[in-house]
Design a protein around this ligand. Sequence first.
Ligand SMILES: *Cc1c(COP(=O)(O)O)cnc(C)c1O
Length: 364
Amino acid sequence: MTKMLIPDQIPLWPPADESISESIHAALEDGSWGRYSAEWSHDLAMELMDRHHQEHAQLCCSGTIGVEIALRGVGLEAGDEVLISAYDYPGNFRAIEQVGARPVLVDVRPDRWTMHVDDLEAATTSATKAVLVSHLHGDMAPVADIADWTRSECFYLIEDVCQAPGGIVEGMPVGSWGELCVLSFGGSKLLTAGRGGAVLMMDESVAQRITVFCERGNDAFALSELQAAAVSAQWEGFDRRHGVRLERARQLIERLGSSAPLQPQADFEAYFEPAFYKLGFFYHPERAGGMSREAYIEAMRGRGIPIGEGFRGFHRRSDKRCRKASSLENAARAAEQTVVIDQTLLLAEPDVIDLAAEILKSAD
Ligand SMILES: *Cc1c(COP(=O)(O)O)cnc(C)c1O
């Protein structure tokens, strides 16, 4: 008989936590839901700054606009260049274009999804002003090394932490290494208000530029008090689930072994403690009887696994829109082979993880 997961075996997302419902009701009952930038927002901003060791916060309506706000904050001018991985969230490329700057594509590390620090030097010109780096699919970017380099060059480092709140690199939270970091509270994200985001930053001058950009008689990209109330009630569940996902990811990777079509990233957990919005793998068709990635994903979805493709990458983008610093071969490979499993599977019971591993190994 074909093995399958049934929907009941995978927790719903967003979680139906009592604390979230209580918090939203409290905001309704005390009338704070009708106010602008009031206590819920204030408390959320304080908690976010505290957790990411940042000095200022701008809550906003999405992670995508958060990245643009961060780029505005560093004061880019037309013709300035921003270094970005050739494998990243598509909105980040657009955000750089949106502020009138030019994306410069840097390769990712071999068998990983994050920026290759060795590529930065060669990508740099006198027009370089900032580096935008994302932590993706459970791979935490080498931000200690990147931050060393950006500081020595006096460039701004912006960390996109939308997929990785709770992750740790060399004992420090991701989002604390850059002069700025961006979070998302989108409906599928680890902290969620259905929509929403935040930009955190170190410098007063950056914070002021951001306030000026967002202020149009009112905050043009605001997070509502109701959204802030929803996120504020999630910290306990967030911390607990972070640990569960990590344990289940280890279990799944161990059960998959080395002959499964799905290969985990190199050096899993060697230098960092990952946070998982998605758990990424490289797909090897030769270990699945030559089945295409697309067909494998469709088959796995049919058997109840929450699985999908990774990003498409920017390596094929026209030279009119960006500059390519190297051959970008690792990014091209990541775009072609990446498969991501949704974090909800990592919240399932251990016996469900075992079953999921069996399913993922048997492609036919
Ligand atoms: C989800 C995501 C974003 C954008 O967040 P939204 O709130 O959905 O706009 C940005 N960067 C990365 C890496 C993401 O995963």
